[in-house]
Design a protein around this ligand. Sequence first.
Ligand code: PEP
Ligand code: MG
Length: 875
Amino acid sequence: AKFVYLFNEGRADMRSLLGGKGANLAEMTNIGLPVPPGMTITTEACREYYRLERKLPDGLEAEVRANLAAVETAVGKKFGDTDNPLLVSVRSGAVFSMPGMMDTILNLGLNEETTQGLAANTNNLRFAYDAYRRFIQMFSDVVLEIPKHSFEHLLTNQKTAQGVAFDQELTPESLRSLIDNYKKLVLKETGRPFPENPLEQLFMAVEAVFRSWNNDRAIIYRNLNKIDHELGTAVNIQSMVFGNMGNDCGTGVAFTRNPSTGERVLYGEYLTNAQGEDVVAGIRTPQPIAKLQAEMPIIFDQFSQTAQTLEKHYRNMQDIEFTIEKGKLYMLQTRNGKRTAQAAIKIAHDMFTEGLIDKKAAILMVEPGQLDQLLHRQIDSSASLSILAKGLPASPGAASGLVVFSADDAERLSKTGQKIMLVRMETTPDDIHGIIAAQGILTSRGGMTSHAAVVARGMGKPCVCGCESIKVDYHKKQFTVDQTIIKEGDHISIDGATGRVILGDVPMKDPELSPEYLAVLGWADELRQLDVRANADTPEDALKAREFGATGIGLTRTEHMFMAQDRLPYVQQMILAETLEERQQALGHLLPMQEGDFYGILKAMDGYPVCIRLLDPPLHEFLPGMEELLIETAVLSTRGDNPPLLAQKEVLLKQVRKLHEFNPMLGHRGCRLGITYPEVYEMQIQAIFNACARLSREGYTVLPEVEIPLTLSKAEMDFFKERIDRIAGEVMKQAGTTFHYTSGTMIELPRAALLADELAESAEFFSFGTNDLTQTCLGFSRDDAEGKFLPHYLDAKILPENPFAVLDRKGVGKLMQLAVEGGRRTRPGMLIGICGEHGGDPSSIEFCHQIGLDFVSCSPYRVPIARLAAAQAAI
Ligand code: PEP
Ligand code: MG
């Protein structure tokens, strides 16, 4: 196999072989942009390396050497040459971008002799020594795995010895002795001298990049982003250009559009006289890119034009790294830029209007899950806030939490259910678990492209960075702003859209949706085939759902109405009734209340279908718990001062005992309640139709769908259908009005799916209750599995995903397919939808589209996500 490609041999579509970075370097080279020459070692070589149990494959070294010769010719320098040495960078390049997750080595090829060559050639001994000491430091960290802080320590000592504060102030002599100290440290730590042979350095570095594919932070990142662990990484070996050779040099990163807002302006930062890592690591706070226009106008124009060329070429917003060496611009990397939801929408919208992409491409450009960010709350602008400080608005959204100063603390405390705010001077890839655990991130250093900012934006997490007025003290676990001290555990809030840091908790409000958002979601509606409904139990939720674009209610859970405080006494009376008469009496109280509930929802959904499910949960859920009652009766009987209350509690206890089940989720619930207490379901049916009659007399259009939960046979369905039709007839006759209604069932049991053809003789529609169907198909308790054994199943890769979050297509999906086929065989064109949690999950929605469902139904806040996901499924 060919393991190595020169940049001019690759293309953008060779991403899976060359990694994202390698493919894009190749593409940029071939469209004629100024890219320092280099080569890419393929991901296949990395996979082979692991297959050989961590050994470089045969022939790889020879291939690299041959290609190195080509790079030498192109650059006019020689690797290892003492007069005019070629230096290279060695970087990882995964197929899917993993920002800051893997390691980079710069200035490789330096040793005692080549450093002298570099010094003579650039006429700058200080520069050459600085390059060499940086190289030793990076190489030792990444390849030799000697902790960074040992080197930092020596660097600090050197500055103290020379009596200066900044690295740049170190003299050549100081740097020389620093290099000697570094080398002593390496010898001490590894028992071997620092490698002098450039080729040996190179192959050690290549191996280290391969190894870094499986370092802890890379694994965590891949788990979080569901990236395949088998892909491997490519390695890019590129000739070095230097941004730190003087004030006509510099380095920076820029986005072709604002990654926070989507606005069409060049957006980024640069540092003069600096090497690339200085910007990304967020150690010096850089200048906004606009300043480059004043400082180096020619370079700025050239860069703006290149940025536009790249955007047109890739038809997507680009994230570009560049370096200026002695007044000449070089492009080091380009990739599709990560962006917030707000920016994603605006960019998709604007690129369509600019004629750069079509509607389908625009729809595909927005990640459905990201929309969540837009729909969530912002700080209420009318609230009076106690502003502590202001930093850079790195990732929008508002968050509040208790201050912690380390990623480990953030992770630990969030597990106890606390909302956490992670406060750091800066973050590094080692903090990833803390960033995941926190509500928001605040850093005192670093720019908009620092690690914290990039990672937070990718996760849609609020972040304020570069907030230099806060002084963080890890040791005392506190930060100060002027006189104010904020300690670990204190409450603060941040506003990632403005950069404000606020003392305490803050009132938040719903967001306003932009015209671009409405337009893009409108295109999604044109393209999708699935209807999107919402699960809603109140008129307020129903209205919210309509506002978000739902065109129906896919599930109203009536039990939520039974839980209300004014209902509960009657519900309990109904459950405790000894005779039918007593029960009827309780139901008589509940009827008008339920009628009011249904009236409100059906009215809010005027003209749209509303699927109302009859009572589902086991009755004991409406009674006090057994333990609680045992204690109460014990106390009352010892005190002996209230015999009537004691008697009442004892009756209750007896009933609770009677209703107790070992396995309530498989017990007396769902339509089994309706079979044993038909009068309860009859009351609900009556309430639905009474509400319908009132509304249709008032001129509203009602489209009720009466839904029976947890059926397993046609006989059950028949039992209820007879009652539904009878009551509907009576109500219409009495009210002198007509309305259209249907009756159908949830599919939540494997037996129902298997016998769907029979069920469809009686049921007019199906709705998949995939929460229960997953529970009953896998035999996993939906209440316990996720907290107990499921994580182990996921870790051990026995299951690919949590089946309660992402539909198990293989098992549950097969049952669904059978049910769709069976149902529509009996009843062609039968209405079929889904209302389990999966109805709001993009991957599950794709499957629902594929098997021909009519609708998905999800919580109101997920409706926009479902609309977009349904459109993507149809493209
Ligand atoms: C289901 O089981 O998927 C469903 C929607 O019903 P519930 O979650 O109320 O049991
Ligand atoms: Mg259910």
